[in-house]
Design a protein around this ligand. Structure first.
Ligand SMILES: [Zn+2]
Length: 204
């Protein structure tokens, strides 16, 4: 599998991954610099099948229209998303890029339309749900600390320790991590009660 993390401005990460045999590819979070993504996809002779949004915030979706106009790919978002999309997904859905599998995990909390993508059961693209050493804000419109608690402690926490974590922003000490490492070092994943988590998230 081809897999590339691309640093955009304002610390956003975009991702391109592809089945190198069939050349089918997907972009996750087009963000601001679509031309950089377009260059990579063309250089590799990939066919862009999906443009997937981890959630509807504009710093993640800004390049969708440009990418779609060049490649005609389908914009994919959670069914509750208010952004423009062509294909709705929900928890448990499975997409494929050639032989590469993409499992959809619904992880609300930062927004009500947040999803994480588990690629080939090995790499987790976490959007603004989980960062290296942090989690996403829950105080923006559509945010909900109780949902974030469930998404982090009842969903992502249960994934295999070896699963690699690729966040939507470069906010941590390094650009990627693993579930096992985050369970040990990320203070937002510390087991605590729902009440304690809500109190913790409300602190400035
Ligand atoms: Zn966001």
């Amino acid at each position: 599998m081809f897999f590339k993390q691309i640093q955009q401005h304002s610390d956003n990460f975009s991702y391109i991954f592809a089945d190198e045999n069939t050349k089918e590819a997907a972009v996750v979070d087009s963000s601001f610099n679509a031309s950089q993504l377009i260059k990579t996809i063309k250089a590799k002779c990939f066919t862009l099948k999906y443009i997937i949004n981890t959630h509807g915030h504009s710093d993640h979706t800004a390049g969708n229209i440009e990418l779609k106009s060049v490649f005609g790919a389908k914009v994919v978002a959670h069914i509750l998303s208010k952004s423009n999309f062509d294909m709705a997904v929900k928890d448990g859905d499975l997409l494929t890029i050639g032989k590469v599998s993409i499992n959809i995990l619904y992880t609300p909390g930062h927004t009500f339309d947040s999803i994480c993508l588990l690629i080939d059961n090995k790499k987790l693209l976490t959007g603004d749900t989980l960062f290296v050493g942090e989690c996403g804000r829950t105080d923006l419109p559509g945010g909900n600390p109780k949902s974030m608690f469930d998404s982090l402690l009842h969903k992502l926490y249960k994934l295999d320790d070896a699963v690699e974590v690729y966040p939507g922003h470069d906010y941590g000490s390094k650009p990627s991590s693993t579930i096992g490492e985050e369970k040990k070092t990320n203070y937002t994943l510390k087991p605590r009660s729902l009440e304690a988590f809500i109190e913790f998230m409300s602190q400035p």
